[in-house]
Ligand binder design. Structure first.
Ligand SMILES: Cc1cc2nc3c(=O)[nH]c(=O)nc-3n(C[C@H](O)[C@H](O)[C@H](O)COP(=O)(O)O)c2cc1C
Length: 648
């Protein structure tokens, strides 16, 4: 068949290994690690899903090589641990049986040991080792590695490589980027040594090269070794792209693939993991430049999820391989959909950082748009329901759409009613905000799935108890969402006020001087967007902090954008909306006018309790999901919708 994206679908042979395509899965840690550092069955299932989804390679995340001097990265291949090799073998095997090449990332976190621990206080009781003596910004003392310890660590890379090969891994990724140990040696910012490992670039590359040589000794010829590096550290006193090119040239003789990522985990998180506020593929230029100077295949990544863009990257010779991290959580089957010319079915990553934040908060994984992530063992196959039922879903927001789609996949007859003239619920309001386009697009993709599965979508249809009775349904899923909170404040119902949910319909009404009233997530993101459009934006929030409920990864990046575009007034209570702004009371009780001729009302949402109460006794099986149940996240709406449909 003729492939729509022939370059992405083209195999690649490196050493003795042939990859089935150019779409590789970037290392992302599964979370099910035993206390003695073995990889558990849930993590195996986490990786297997992407192998099943068609990736050319699935990289198993950070295997610790030298526990004595490292503690950040949870699992390790250690012959002294009874099950360690067996566990790694099950994981490699689970990837390989789908025709995908299993690769293992070997890593050492060096001076940042402990970064991944949920309980950060434990870090202080660990020994942190780096290239040089220093004290970290968080007060943790770092000791310089001695030559003996360096030799031990290098030797341990070799030993772990041998074990990894024995376990069935067919490629190794040596992590030399993102601010971890090898990167710390490469970086003039961290490496202040005066011996043969510090100073000149040649000296700073010495540790990396010793590691790479040791790994080669471990795995032998023909076995692909990939070096993950940051093309530029993007920090003051760190190395830039020019030096990144020189590093790439220095290590090239010892590697088979150069994997060009960017930045450091600790200092430029939003570059290493490009946020929704940045361009897709904002780091591709790094690989493109390095590729001009080396002859081994070069890989790129960072916010990639669009097939046309990825195809162009390879077709134009900017890189030979594209890696995806988050995009393959959102849709593990993305590579298969591309291979099958079905790219319109790809569920796109929102770059909302739920995946990373959930790990920090609860040591689990989640994905907003894919309810299976972190719970892969519960099964990615939807089995037909034993008895076919008639199901009515009231409300076509993200939860309702996903519930309808899932119920239909199970073979039920499904009607999806939406009282407005368009599906999407609260996601409709995202269409006017360019950096949230993918949220809007999500509703379109879920709508497509509903149509493919013959869900009977009825727009402009309000569900009442009489309607449910008339349809004689067996199951009702109430997904009627929430309504914006617009309190009875003087002036808040005036002509100069636009409720944030309606911004997409009324954006022409918004003048160049705006006050956003409410500093939750919706208010903050709308304020950023208005600022990006060149408007003068003030933000009024009664609490002392903005968006306290936003997740711990997204929030700091969002606050940086707020700093760029918005004048913030926290601790301000709005008293009255006027034609020239909002009259507020500050904490000292002074009255202050925050100026602006337009006001965006973003004071939060309330569950649509009236409709829920009216409907809750209308059918034998009733499930209430999403904001209708509790004002919450898209993540919960989709997850609850999925399970409500499985429960029928
Ligand atoms: C949930 C998650 C876990 C990650 N874990 C690792 C890891 O263990 N090792 C690593 O080198 N990079 C890790 N990364 C970084 C990714 O490999 C990748 O470099 C980054 O997410 C940028 O790619 P993306 O924009 O396609 O997600 C992780 C990223 C995510 C989203």
């Amino acid at each position: 068949m003729e492939r729509k994206y022939p370059n992405l679908c083209k195999p690649l042979t490196v050493g003795r290994v042939t990859f089935r395509n150019r779409m590789f899965s970037a290392p992302m840690g599964g979370t099910d690690i035993t206390n003695d550092g073995c990889i558990g069955p849930k993590s195996t299932a986490f990786y297997e899903l992407r192998a099943k989804g068609g990736a050319g390679v699935v990289t198993v995340s950070e295997c610790m090589v030298h526990p004595k001097t490292d503690g950040s990265h949870a699992y390790h291949l250690d012959p002294s641990i009874l099950n360690s090799l067996a566990c790694a073998t099950y994981t490699a095997d689970a990837i390989r049986r789908h025709g995908c090449i299993p690769s293992l990332e070997l890593s050492h976190s060096g001076m940042f040991a402990g970064t991944y621990m949920t309980d950060k206080s434990k870090q202080k009781s660990m020994n942190q080792w780096g290239p040089s003596d220093t004290v970290r910004a968080d007060g943790v003392v770092v000791k310089a590695l001695t030559k003996e310890l360096i030799d031990e660590i290098v030797e341990s890379y070799k030993n772990v490589s041998i074990m990894a090969k024995r376990a069935g891994f067919e490629m190794l990724m040596i992590h030399g980027g993102h601010g971890w140990l090898i990167n710390q040696f490469l970086s003039p910012l961290f490496n202040k040594r005066e011996d043969e490992y510090g100073g000149s670039l040649e000296n700073r590359c010495r540790f990396a090269i010793e590691v790479l040589k040791a790994v080669r000794e471990g795995v032998g010829p023909g076995f692909p070794i990939e070096f993950r590096m940051s093309g530029s550290e993007f920090v003051e006193d760190g190395y830039d792209l020019e030096e990144g090119v020189r590093i790439a040239k220095m290590v090239e003789p010892y590697v088979d693939i150069l994997h060009v990522s960017a930045g450091t985990y600790q200092k430029t998180f939003g570059i290493t993991h490009p946020s929704m506020f940045t361009d897709h593929g904002r780091n591709v230029f790094l690989a493109e430049e390095i590729k001009k100077h080396v002859s081994v295949p070069v890989a790129t990544l960072g916010g990639l999820n669009d097939p046309a863009q990825m195809e162009e990257i390879i077709a134009s010779g900017k890189a030979d391989i594209v890696y995806m991290g988050r995009a393959l959580l959102a849709d593990p089957f993305l590579p298969r959909k591309i291979m099958a010319n079905k790219d319109e079915e790809i569920v796109k990553c929102l770059r909302c950082f739920t995946c990373m934040a959930e790990r920090a908060a609860t040591s689990t994984r989640r994905c907003t748009v894919n309810p299976l992530i972190g719970r892969e063992m519960e099964g990615d196959v939807i089995y037909p329901a034993p008895v076919k039922k008639k199901v009515l879903v009231a409300g076509a927001g993200p939860g309702g759409l996903y519930a309808a789609y899932t119920a239909a996949r199970r073979g039920h007859e499904v009607i999806l009613c939406e009282k407005t003239n368009q599906v999407g619920g609260i996601l409709k309001s995202e269409q006017a905000i360019p950096f949230k386009q993918e949220m809007y697009q999500l509703s379109k993709t879920y709508e497509l799935f509903c149509k493919q599965w013959k869900v009977d979508i009825r727009l402009n249809t309000e569900v009442t108890p009489e309607y449910v009775e008339k349809e004689k349904v067996d199951a009702l899923i109430i997904a009627v969402g929430s309504n914006p909170l617009v309190p009875n404040l003087p002036g808040l119902h005036g002509d100069n006020v636009v409720v944030v949910n309606n911004y997409y319909l009324e954006k022409e009404k918004v003048s160049d001087d705006v006050v956003v009233f409410g500093g939750g997530l919706a208010g903050c993101e709308c304020a950023i967007h208005l600022g990006m459009e060149g408007k003068r934006v003030h933000l009024v929030e009664m609490r002392d902090v903005l968006a306290p409920d936003a997740n711990v990864r997204h929030r700091p990046l969002m606050l940086k954008e707020i700093d760029k575009y918005v004048t913030v007034h926290t601790g301000y209570k709005g008293l009255e909306v006027r034609k020239d702004g909002i009259l507020c009371e500050d904490k000292e009780g002074n009255q202050v006018l925050v100026p602006g001729t337009s006001v965006i009302c973003a004071l939060g949402q309330r569950s649509n309790i009236k409709d829920v109460e009216a409907l809750r006794d209308s059918a034998e099986y009733v499930a209430i999901i999403g904001d209708a149940s509790k004002v919450s996240t898209i993540t919960n709406a989709v997850y609850w919708g999925y399970h409500a449909a499985l429960d029928i």
